[in-house]
Design a protein around this ligand. Structure first.
Ligand SMILES: NC(=O)c1ccc[n+]([C@@H]2O[C@H](COP(=O)([O-])OP(=O)(O)OC[C@H]3O[C@@H](n4cnc5c(N)ncnc54)[C@H](OP(=O)(O)O)[C@@H]3O)[C@@H](O)[C@H]2O)c1
Length: 239
């Protein structure tokens, strides 16, 4: 039987590119996002069987119910990719912007990761992929809640990986840490090594096939990650 995947946040950017490439590869897909008109439009262009579910991950109860209703339509799935995420430069530390980031990237992530993990536990196997960020590695002065939310995401995925090992569950968890990818989210100055979204998606799919625990996108960002980890704070503050 062909493989089935749900992509949370597939109306644009990385999630949409993953949907396009995985559909071409024969995956049956469940795609979600808030913009239902885009979900309809994308469904019309994808070559494989596709189910759509409008979902705002910040409405956590409705998001869990939306996930359950997708699974009911599709049957058990093999893979859940959580790409939904936002980030705002926040020079004034506007609380509303910080909280919106936390509700989407933290609360929204937790609710979907939880229902996906329990779905895979029930069905004996599965694979969760979360799109974190290089921003997870250090505090980010321009968008503090963004980096902190991604640190949460990466830490949470490590927790789920260890839980799966301890409970002897056949559940893979892949933490994806992109640098800059050319999507509507990546705006502003000071960007470098910006990857085309198709290239980022292709490398994510390769990492999924290899069942990696952690992957930097594109590969060269592994170098930046290494530097970020060892840089003392006084020097990091000058960057
Ligand atoms: N682009 C980069 O340089 C970069 C770098 C590192 C990490 N990332 C991460 O990659 C992921 C995808 O971002 P992207 O670059 O592809 O940006 P994007 O084009 O803006 O895509 C974001 C996706 O998330 C969905 N989304 C946002 N808020 C949502 C909500 N409340 N409920 C449900 N879905 C929601 C959007 O769908 P709707 O608007 O239709 O809801 C959209 O499909 C994010 O987690 C981001 O943090 C991106």
């Amino acid at each position: 039987m062909g493989k089935k995947a749900i992509i949370i946040g597939a109306t644009s950017g990385i999630g949409r590119a993953l949907a396009e490439q995985m559909s071409a590869d024969g995956y049956t897909l469940g795609i979600t996002g808030r913009r239902v008109a885009l979900l309809d439009e994308i469904k019309g262009t994808l070559p494989s069987e596709t189910f759509i579910q409008q979902m705002d991950v910040t409405d956590t109860e409705a998001a869990a119910a939306g996930f359950a209703s997708l699974v009911k339509e599709m049957g058990p799935v093999d893979l859940v990719i959580i790409s939904a995420g936002i980030g705002h430069p926040n020079p004034g530390l506007d609380a509303a912007l910080e909280l919106e980031t936390i509700e989407t990237n933290v609360s929204g992530f937790v609710v979907i990761a939880g229902v996906a993990f329990n779905h895979f536990k029930e069905h004996g196997k599965g694979h969760i992929v979360g799109i974190s960020s290089i921003a997870a590695l250090r505090g980010g002065s321009i968008a503090p809640a963004y980096g902190a939310s991604k640190a949460f995401v990466s830490n949470y995925m490590e927790a789920l990986r260890i839980r799966a090992v301890k409970k002897k569950l056949n559940i893979t968890v892949t933490d994806v840490l992109p640098g800059f990818v050319d999507t509507s989210m990546a705006k502003g100055n000071g960007m470098f090594w910006v990857a085309p979204v198709e290239k980022a998606a292709a490398q994510i799919i390769t990492a999924i096939r290899a069942k990696k625990s952690r992957v930097y996108i594109t590969k060269r960002w592994r170098l930046i990650a290494w530097v970020l980890r060892i840089l003392p704070e006084w020097l990091y503050a000058k960057s």
